[in-house]
Design a protein around this ligand. Structure first.
Ligand SMILES: [Zn+2]
Ligand SMILES: [Zn+2]
Length: 331
């Protein structure tokens, strides 16, 4: 079978690899749709956790083609999505329901082979049935799980006014999720015209294309979905006194924010971050199956596996026509 391997930062290659065998408690998945995420770009650039070489791809869905021993919930032919973070379930964090901070954390596509290959094994506990949800939508179960977790952390109140900085695929999912919370107003900051237009279509009240135009001291909740330090630094300016800032976008590792500490103190702000998800996959599947969250408009490209390196280049160029890119490892 074919797989894409990141050998080391900035070095990526299509390779031939044996189809893996599912061990006890594992299933083998034929990968049908695998989303490219900003995290994959960070891994490609050497800015994220994980060890090299690695087969990237942590947002994917597919069909179960064989099962190991001791499998209870699945049979061959089931359509599934994967929750890529694998917790040990036996460390102090796991035992306190903080599996995202597992001391023995592993993740498909980060430390273990991920979905940018034709077949991948996954432990049964990381696999969720998607029924007849189309595969390309199943590839959004993971990012949507993270969004559900982040929005639950932000504890929005009815009629809140919310600003979302950045309307890439994640910003757009955040926008839709926020919309379901009974807020009175959602503003989006997005400089890319294609993404700004999509945010408008998906129910944004105000789209700002320049950061200077965003009103100061206004929003009950400001959510950064860029992970860009210069934007994150400004989030505390747009939130009202006593409000909440949620830092959601993945920033590059090893870099510091520059925020005025006195401003945070004087405004009495709540600063939150959100790391991956904690048991949010069923929620994500329900939201997609019910159509409450719409992901088809977020997809701009469907590409074969061998074009992943070019797709990464295209995303890094910030082409206005690029939204979510879905790789189809099995055509
Ligand atoms: Zn992701
Ligand atoms: Zn653990």
């Amino acid at each position: 079978m074919e797989a894409i391997v990141i050998l080391k930062p900035k070095e990526i290659q299509l390779v031939e690899r044996e189809v893996p065998e599912p061990g006890p408690g594992e299933v083998l998945i034929k990968v049908m749709a695998s989303g490219i995420c900003g995290t994959d770009i960070h891994i490609f650039n050497g800015e994220y956790l994980g060890a090299y070489p690695v087969i990237p791809g942590h947002e994917f869905s597919g069909v179960i083609v064989s099962i190991g021993s001791q499998i209870n919930r699945f049979k061959v032919g089931d359509h599934v999505a994967v929750e890529p973070n694998i917790a040990c379930d036996n460390c102090i964090h796991c035992l306190n329901n903080r599996q995202n901070f597992c001391l023995n954390w592993q993740a498909l596509g980060v430390t273990l082979p991920g979905g940018m290959e034709q077949y991948v094994t996954a432990p049964e506990k990381a696999v969720f049935s998607i029924g007849n949800l189309p595969f390309e939508q199943g590839a959004f179960v993971e990012p949507l799980s993270c969004v559900v977790h982040g929005i639950e952390r932000a504890r929005l109140r009815l009629a809140d006014r919310v600003a979302i900085l950045g309307a890439g695929p994640i910003g757009n999912l955040l926008l839709q999720m926020v919309r379901l919370q009974g807020v009175s107003q959602v503003s989006v900051l997005e400089t890319n015209p294609g993404r700004a237009e999509l945010a408008r279509q998906m129910g944004t009240d105000h789209v700002f294309t320049r950061m200077e135009d965003l009103p100061l001291n206004t929003y009950d909740v400001v959510i950064d979905a860029t992970g860009v330090l210069s934007v994150m630094n400004r989030a505390i300016d747009f939130v009202r006194p006593g409000g909440t800032v949620l830092l959601f976008g993945v920033p590059p590792s090893g870099k510091n924010l520059e925020m005025e500490a006195f401003k945070i103190f004087q405004k009495g702000l709540t600063l939150l971050s959100s790391f991956t998800s904690v048991r949010n996959s069923f929620q994500a599947v329900n939201l997609l199956q019910s159509g409450q969250i719409k992901v088809k408009p977020l997809i701009s490209h469907y590409l074969p596996l061998k074009e992943l390196p070019q797709a990464i280049e295209m995303i890094e160029r910030h082409d206005p026509n690029v939204k979510k890119v879905i790789i189809l490892p099995n055509g």
